[in-house]
Write a protein that binds this ligand. Structure first.
Ligand code: ADP
Length: 398
């Protein structure tokens, strides 16, 4: 069965068509600038040429229509008719406390996702627009919602409650939810396979280090803690997000700079992280690492600050699980930067970790990068959220 995986943002839409039996990707692409001038579709069948089409996309329905046309195109398409798409898997950012697992989309599920809009006002409405557009164009095709938050719903109360009046949890469900769950789940399970050990018997820390970044503690196959919180702003220092700060900074800045709450949130989400820390030099780790290698102060500050925060979370989660068997690196930076992995792991000697530098400098595959005699294993596992979504969709609709 072919599964169409859709990741719908407010003005963009990424897609992949995956053969669920062989797990091969058949085609992929994205729509950019939906509802904005200069929108374009990028489409690439596996093994074929990448095509770029600049065309009007006033809304998401038109964008999905164009994706379906590309997939069924006589010349460059990969399926003859839409009947060859057996199901659609939608990435949904926030499932609140309602969804601890993926689910077949029904009218009630759509309503329940809508009820989580307050918790993810930028993401969930866009995800819902993607669902509605697909349902309009493929009314008989089953659809599945796969939530970024679901994997983290196993966290114990002591890990998910904040130290604020309990009534705010009761009234508004303010608590830690965590994100990147599909990736943390995929990577931790894959790590157990690579190590040839039962997932249910391991203590694993997953470091998902991309533009958005989070760490999770996975004990016996269940998430017990994660660094992102009510929103993706908490935790690590990210590309442009601040991660953990003293909340009193908000009041302090509001007074000193005469800023509104909205303006401060914009700064914390879009102008902070390594971008802010580097004095606006760059949010991209490739630039920062080059600057760091040249000894430029702005690069050193950002990269060291980033790595230090990861080290602290690893320590916290090793403590939370009373030990750790494996640490996994994934996502853009985690998969591709031996330097950042070195910077982090050189401070983990107390866990009996040493890196095999030859392994650490390999690319693009599942790897154990710690030396054979390391007490705690260190792995690089390329994440594949689309495949994980396709698997979960297939499991529910087959
Ligand atoms: P997201 O999905 O959150 O947008 P990604 O997982 O794609 O992010 O990661 C993007 C980050 O990975 C960027 O900061 C980018 O610079 C970094 N990255 C990608 N390739 C490399 C590399 N070869 N070396 C260092 N950093 C890299």
């Amino acid at each position: 069965m072919n599964i169409l995986v859709i990741n719908c943002g407010s003005s963009s839409l990424k897609f992949q068509l995956i053969d669920a039996e062989t797990e091969a990707m058949i085609a992929k692409g994205l729509c950019e600038r939906i509802g904005i001038d200069g929108s374009r579709l990028v489409y690439q069948p596996t093994g074929g040429e990448k095509e770029e089409t600049v065309t009007e996309m006033p809304d998401h329905t038109r964008a999905i229509e164009l994706v379906l046309e590309a997939l069924t195109d006589e010349k460059t398409g990969v399926v003859k008719t839409l009947d060859e798409i057996g199901a659609v898997g939608h990435r949904i950012v926030h499932g609140g406390e309602k969804f601890a697992a993926s689910t077949i989309i029904t009218q009630e599920v759509v309503k329940a996702i809508e009820e989580c809009n307050d918790l993810a006002p930028l993401h969930n409405p866009a995800n819902l627009i993607g669902i509605e557009a697909c349902r309009r164009l493929m009314p008989d095709t089953p659809m599945v919602a796969v939530f970024d938050t679901a994997f983290h719903q196993t966290m114990p109360q002591e890990a998910y409650l904040y130290g604020i009046p309990y009534e705010y949890y009761e009234k508004y469900r303010i608590r830690r939810y965590g994100f990147h769950g599909t990736s943390h789940s995929y990577v931790s399970e894959r790590a157990a396979q690579v190590l040839g050990q039962p997932y249910e018997a391991l203590k694993i820390i997953v470091c998902h280090l991309g533009n958005g970044a989070s760490v999770s503690a996975v004990q016996n196959g269940r998430c017990v803690d994660t660094s992102m919180g009510l929103t993706p702003l908490e935790g690590l220092i990210m590309g442009t997000r601040s991660g953990d700060i003293d909340p009193a900074i908000i009041e302090f800045l509001a007074h000193k700079e005469n800023l509104s709450i909205d303006e401060i949130m914009e700064i914390l989400n879009k102008k902070s992280g390594v971008l802010g820390l580097s004095g606006n030099f760059s949010s991209d780790f490739r630039d920062l690492e080059s600057a760091c290698a040249e000894g430029k102060e702005e690069g050193v500050r950002a990269v060291k600050g980033f790595a230090y925060r990861v080290v602290k979370y690893i320590g916290a989660y090793a403590a939370a699980m009373n030990g750790v068997d494996a640490i996994c690196f994934t996502a853009g930076l985690g998969e591709n930067s031996p330097e950042v992995r070195n910077l982090i792991c050189e401070r983990l000697g107390y866990l009996g970790i040493a890196l095999d530098q030859e392994q650490n400098h390999k690319r693009g595959e599942d790897l154990v990068i710690s030396t054979p005699d390391s007490d705690t294993k260190v792995l690089v596992i390329p994440t594949n959220e689309e495949l994980a979504i396709a698997r979960q969709t297939y499991a529910l609709v087959r």
